[in-house]
Design a protein around this ligand. Sequence first.
Ligand code: NAX
Length: 324
Amino acid sequence: MKTPIRVAVTGAAGQIGYALLFRIASGAMFGPDQPVSLQLIEAPVEKALKALEGVAMELDDCAFPLLSSIQMTSEPKEGFAGANWCLLIGAKPRGPGMERADLLKDNGQIFIGQGRIIDEVAADDARIAVVGNPANTNCMIAASQAKRLPAERFTAMVRLDQNRAQTQLAKKAGVALTEVKNIFIYGNHSPSMFPAYAQATISGKPAAEVIGDEAWLQGTFCETVGKRGAAIINARGASSAASAANALVDHVHDLMTPGAIHSVAVKSEGRYGFDPNVWAGMPVRTTSPGSYEVIEGHSMDAFAQSKIAATNKELMEERGFVTA
Ligand code: NAX
């Protein structure tokens, strides 16, 4: 029997947590022969901790053969101790009348604390994936606190946007989803992000050639993907949860799978014209379990450059709010 992977999850009793934990425990994230130990972290709020107990009871009731233990805590030092993966989902939601700058500041405080504690107590091989919004900037903040763990271990999730973009292209072309390849997300996880359709292929041919409608690609396609989160809130009365959890399964699974090519928000280091110290979505290739290299050299036309400039500007503004 393999040693269990220790997975710390914040916001474990939230909507995404509820859709995620069962998939981790079933083997969808780390594979069908890899045991996992769940270290579930909630805010120190009675209602949340009670809900977490209920989630743990349900996990027990699934009798997952791969689930070797469940720990529950509101104490980050306990929850992150020895963790191999830290999935940071818990964040403060934007309340009525709350300014974006205030939300960024409040979440900044959470991610400063969590980044510092993870660096102190997580496993030497710890990897961090941030989902809680604003995910890219929260990831930058957590990474800025780390002295032991290198910046490339901190990633933020743009995989939901990639999955959304892939589906939109497949539907428009009238092909199976698996025919669409190499659709990558650049920039922020927000409506400003750019799904770079020029790099995508459909059945092995350039997507733009197959779709044959540049105005649709630049307009409806980018807008539909960018505003999909809002469309789901309008329809469901709640934000995306199952698809976000599924995207996190994909994000971590592909980061553990050498050869996988996928979109991840990483420290830009100036690639593709981004400010060097923002976390921006871009294509990566997984090199060994948990490690990756950024795929460079995709050419960007004037439209792509303008979209990247806009999402980069937003990331720099978010950083400005937090550091102000
Ligand atoms: P919920 O409000 O259902 O759950 C959040 C949970 O986090 C709550 O149970 C809360 O008690 C807990 N929490 C808050 N502060 C905490 C802290 N300091 N430590 C531990 N737990 C804490 O939100 P949910 O729908 O699950 O969404 C979670 C986050 O994901 C939100 O910030 C949301 O905006 C973000 N999303 C990010 C996406 C992405 O693609 N990156 C897409 C989906 C989602 O919108």
